[in-house]
Design a binder for this molecule. Structure first.
Ligand code: OSB
Ligand code: MG
Length: 374
């Protein structure tokens, strides 16, 4: 007799606000982060729990979404549509969220929690369900802005730990001279820079000075909501441009690829509406022979585990930003410590994303908790 599958009933959901202190401030062109504040979603079914976190910031620094705005939408619009309903697979849930425009980070938090729950209900690691392979992924680090001597020390320390690419955050006044000093010290290192949208085409001459420094790519030099100017800039540079903020949907990815605005692409599942769209972005990049890598948003162990599973897809051929959690947090909210060794981050084992919550510690960093469903 054929086995029949019963769609998964989402019985209950928790929406938490979590506040995790950072070990040291993380400085990028848009501002300084001293703590990681994020919504954490738990979806429950048949004694199982699926988890995901939102990657939006309290203020719209990186993209337009905000923590409070996302929580309002999740609380009042998304969760009322899915709690108490059955879904046979993540695509059915994605279809429920699809009519609402934008808010890709808020949607991702819900969609990703369902993937974790669904994978657990099938008893499989999440990577297996998306077609990923391997037990570990290549990783690099993203280093915040700081004085040149300290930056050189941090680069050396991370290179010695075996990280496979070092990304330097840049902004006006902390760019060419700093990158040149690092390159002079480490001639053979895989180096990249990330501007987080702080330049314009008027800075073309400055950005061209980076061309001689043998960078793997220049990440998001121009406006977060622009692709066309990046295509113009790419014509004036030999270093590949890598888009991050500009890519929230597969349509953005297609426009970037068709206009040669992004010869490498940063994929963040948490900024793209979830796995379904992130995989579409991955696939269209593969069709254009454009390599991708997994970006990060200083995620806790929950978001970090999701990023690691996504990174097992075949076109993730460059090291991602999914470095050791201990670089950011004194203590994480997961029982598993996600740590890289020699530039390799192990894929957490077990069903779903493979991490469990450290409930005692989580309670101590939970600002608020709301429950939906019986
Ligand atoms: O642009 O990739 C980015 C952190 C916050 C906001 C934007 C970005 C970043 C990072 C951090 O680069 C990467 C990490 O999670 O280690
Ligand atoms: Mg970036």
């Amino acid at each position: 007799m054929p086995h029949t599958y019963t769609p998964l009933l989402i019985e209950q959901a928790d929406l938490r606000l979590v506040r995790l202190p950072l070990l040291s401030p993380f400085i990028i062109s848009t501002g300084t982060m001293t703590e990681k504040v994020f919504p954490l979603i738990t979806l429950r079914s048949g004694g199982l729990e699926g988890y995901a976190e939102g990657v939006m910031d309290p203020t719209p620094d990186y993209l337009e979404e905000t923590t409070e705005g996302a929580m309002d939408l999740i609380r009042n619009v998304f969760l009322p549509q899915i709690v108490g309903r059955r879904f046979a697979n993540p695509a059915e849930l994605e279809a429920v969220l699809a009519p609402w425009r934008g808010h890709r980070m808020a949607k991702a938090a819900v969609e990703m929690a369902f993937w974790d729950l669904w994978a657990k209900s099938l008893g499989l690691p999440l990577k297996v369900l998306i077609g990923g392979v391997g037990d570990a992924v290549d990783v690099g680090v993203s280093l915040g802005i700081g004085p040149i001597p300290g930056t050189i020390d941090r680069v050396r320390a991370h290179a010695l730990q075996g990280y496979k690419r070092i990304k330097l955050k840049i902004m006006p006044g902390h760019d060419v001279a700093m990158v040149r000093a690092v390159r002079d010290e480490f001639p053979d290192l895989h180096l990249s820079v990330d501007a987080n949208s702080c330049y314009t085409l008027a800075d073309t001459a400055l950005l061209q000075r980076l061309d001689g420094l043998d960078l793997d790519y220049i990440e998001q030099p121009l406006a977060w909501d622009d692709i066309a100017d990046h295509a113009t800039l790419q014509k004036r540079l030999t270093t590949p441009i890598c888009l991050d903020e500009s890519i929230r949907t597969v349509v953005h990815a297609r426009h970037a690829l068709q206009s040669d605005a992004s010869r490498v692409m940063n994929i963040k599942v948490g900024r793209s509406g979830g796995y379904a769209e992130a995989i579409r972005i991955h696939d269209i990049c593969a069709a254009f022979s454009v390599p991708v890598w997994c970006g990060g948003m200083l995620e806790s162990g929950v978001g970090r585990a999701h990023n690691i599973h996504l990174s097992t897809l075949p076109n993730f051929s460059k090291p991602g930003d999914v470095s050791s959690a201990s670089r950011y947090f004194v203590r994480d909210i997961t029982e598993q410590q996600l740590e890289a060794t020699d530039g390799r981050m192990p894929v957490p084992e077990g069903p779903g994303i493979g991490v469990t919550l450290d409930h005692t510690f989580l309670e101590s960093v939970t600002v608020s908790i709301e429950r939906f469903g019986a």
